[in-house]
Write a protein that binds this ligand. Structure first.
Ligand code: SIN
Length: 277
């Protein structure tokens, strides 16, 4: 147990906060759990520096925030199916998560979020961008907000995980398990903060429900350009021992692939979510 003073500092203007004064390797006191939960609901992603965690401690930490989702597609750490490997070896050119997306929107009950822990980082590059879907929604015109409030969108895993790719061999698999399609409101009310967030993403959203792909494309593209505006984002530069804990309902993320020839090794635990609407 620990009782250090917790300090929270915003990172971007609309998204992200760094939390200091917490040792994630030890069981957290209730006040620390509450501060992390509140900050996560408000800022969408929280960052911690200089943490030293064994795999079992990473799992114990995650369990303090919810049930663990065992990923169907990612390779996992040996003996720890709870921990997905997010790795890029020096010989590999493609990375995992190298485009704007929010995890698991293809599930009818999408995962709440993930805790990504940096075990090995390249000397430069390999940062992750986060974007606030609260800020994206808030900045839309009243007219477009009204239109979007009446829409739902179809999300799928098939086009991403259902295609076996040679350059992902050993990292992403089980293509036959990519059978998930889900329909969600385009604007959701966040279950913890009560704030509205835009809930479509370039990675997994296919179309508006009841619209064709062709009809959906121009409006989805407009929303994607809008939501990725730099003022709605923050950028996290990893160091070994850094941890990011993000909320999939209020953010997108994008892993930059600018470190060819270098190794980047991250351990990810994903937490189960709840019905969204
Ligand atoms: C992911 O999309 O889960 C990976 C993010 C990262 O590696 O920075």
């Amino acid at each position: 147990m620990q009782s250090n003073t917790i300090r929270v500092s915003p990172v971007g203007a609309t998204v992200g906060a760094e939390i200091a004064g917490v040792n994630l390797a030890e069981p957290l006191i209730d006040q620390a759990v509450a501060t992390i939960r509140l900050t996560l609901a408000d800022r969408g992603v929280v960052f911690f520096r200089d943490q030293t965690l064994r795999q079992d401690q990473h799992i114990a930490l995650a369990r303090q925030f919810g049930a663990i989702n065992i990923n169907r597609f990612f390779a996992h750490v040996e003996n720890y199916p709870e921990i997905a490997l997010v790795v890029k070896e020096p010989r590999q050119t493609r990375n995992i998560g190298g485009g704007w997306h929010t995890d698991h929107s293809y599930d009818q009950i999408p995962a709440m979020g993930s805790m990504l822990y940096a075990r090995e980082v390249p000397p430069t590059g390999g940062d992750t961008l986060f974007a606030s879907m609260y800020a994206a929604y808030d900045a839309l015109s009243d007219g477009l907000k009204q239109t979007l409030l009446g829409l739902r969108a179809v999300h799928s895993s098939r086009h991403v995980f259902g295609v076996a790719r040679d350059d992902m061999k050993g990292r992403i698999g089980n293509a036959e398990l990519a059978t998930q399609d889900a329909v969600h409101p385009v604007v959701i009310t966040h279950p913890d903060s009560g704030r509205k967030a835009l809930y479509v993403n370039p990675g997994f959203t296919l179309r508006f429900d009841g619209w064709t792909d062709e009809e959906s494309r121009p409006l989805l593209d407009l929303l994607y350009r809008h939501a990725a505006r730099p003022e709605f984002t923050c950028r996290f530069a990893w160091r070994t021992g850094s941890m990011a804990f993000w909320d999939n309902r209020s953010t997108w993320h994008y892993a930059l692939n600018d470190y060819q020839g270098e190794r980047r090794l991250m351990h990810r635990i994903t937490l189960e979510g709840c019905e969204i609407g």
